[in-house]
Design a protein around this ligand. Structure first.
Ligand code: PLP
Length: 370
């Protein structure tokens, strides 16, 4: 049996008619730039996320970039974030001449350790970028206290967390702006690059709309110098066709994750159960000291796994100028060394799930005998 980490084709086949119709309709209309599906998708996504406004964008990285511009991040500003994330979380910080200041993660979730944030705050600190890693919401109560106390701005990178909530509130609504990547393999994914930003602040919504489309007030009236980072209408049409299924897919990911946890609890560290809200599982991540051996064993059985992410950002060559070294963030380093993401997608069949679980149990039974 071959089991991929994600199976985008299976997802397509499950809704082929809707997708094909949406694409055909868009091509027939020839409305490729800011066609009606863009605003329609934004409205449906805003409803889904219980946000006042949603503004689509070319991709998640651009979404974070525009969010930082909208909250007025300037050269020299410091922005606190966590090294256990994809590099897109921090690239826009450097693009604007600002500086990323890392805070270590909490050992079980890989999310920023709220207890360590205050120590990293200086006079130059302007904002925090949170990442709700693998869909597990960050500890919002203590974090919001710090945000208010120091009058900081807050951007949430929700690229792993479509559908996650904390204490009854959807992620993306805690900060000034929440950003969701809609990269094909994300919980909600386009058929190419895509992203969406959410906010509950009318002024920020207006800024974000200017920022993504040439600072336009009307076709040839430009209020400020901006850029072009619009979402393709074709992608909006595809995303719109997927939206009616999103809740059901998130539920299936959660059920698969619970099943993994129930059966793997005895041999690996399973993801901590989130108690005060909903975790939408982008990845199902186990931790084990024998990660590399397990990964290799599963590969031989035809089971694909991945390490999200193998190198914490403070040890990336691209971040050398920040002056961190091995040992700077021990939790993040240990996390990266022990994590493994198992196959997880809504179309994963129960037999496949049992096959993965059996293989993992066999691996640990064998290693116990050595
Ligand atoms: C996917 C991702 C992004 C943005 O990715 P794009 O490919 O630009 O859409 C940002 N942050 C995290 C944590 C991600 O996983």
């Amino acid at each position: 049996m071959q089991i991929p980490l994600v199976d985008l084709r299976a997802n397509y086949l499950s809704i082929k008619k809707d997708i094909d119709q949406a694409i055909q309709k868009n091509i027939a209309n020839q409305a490729f730039i800011m066609g009606s599906e863009v605003a329609e998708f934004e409205e449906v996504f805003a409803n889904f996320n219980e946000s006042k406004f949603a503004i689509s964008v070319a991709n998640g990285t651009e979404g974070i970039h525009l969010a930082l511009q909208a909250i007025d991040i300037k050269a020299g500003d410091e922005i606190i974030t966590c090294p256990t994330t994809f590099i897109a979380t921090i690239e826009p910080i450097f693009y604007l001449g600002a500086k990323a200041i890392f805070v270590d993660c909490e050992g079980k979730t890989g999310n920023i350790d709220a207890k360590k944030i205050e120590k990293a705050i200086t006079k130059k600190t302007k904002a925090i970028i949170l990442v709700h890693l693998n869909g597990h919401p960050c500890e919002m109560n203590p974090i919001m206290k710090i945000v208010y106390k120091y009058k900081l701005k807050l951007i949430e990178d929700c690229s792993h967390a479509h559908g996650s909530s904390y204490n009854g509130k959807k992620v993306g609504n805690f900060g000034d702006i929440g950003v969701f990547s809609l990269f094909p393999a994300k919980i909600l994914g386009a058929y190419g690059d895509a992203g969406i930003m959410v906010t509950n602040d009318m002024k920020l919504m207006e800024s974000l709309k200017l920022l993504r489309d040439h600072g336009r007030l009307s076709k040839y009236e430009h209020k400020i110098i901006c850029y072009n980072c619009r979402l393709d209408t074709l992608q909006a049409a595809i995303l719109l066709a997927k939206m009616p299924h999103l809740k059901k897919w998130i539920k299936r990911r959660k059920d698969i994750s619970s099943y993994y946890s129930k059966h793997l609890n005895s041999c690996v560290s399973i993801p901590p159960q989130f108690q005060i809200g909903e975790q939408a599982f982008y990845m199902y991540v186990i931790r084990t000291p024998n990660r590399d051996g397990l990964k290799e064993y599963l590969a031989k059985k035809g089971i694909s796994t991945v390490i999200h992410y193998p190198t914490p950002l403070h040890l990336q060559p691209a971040c050398k100028m920040l002056g961190y070294k091995k040992g700077s963030f021990p939790n993040a380093e240990r996390y990266s060394d022990t994590i493994l993401s198992l196959p997880l997608y809504p179309e994963l069949k129960n037999e496949q799930l049992d096959f993965v679980i059996d293989a993992i149990k066999k691996f640990f039974a064998l290693s116990d005998k050595l």
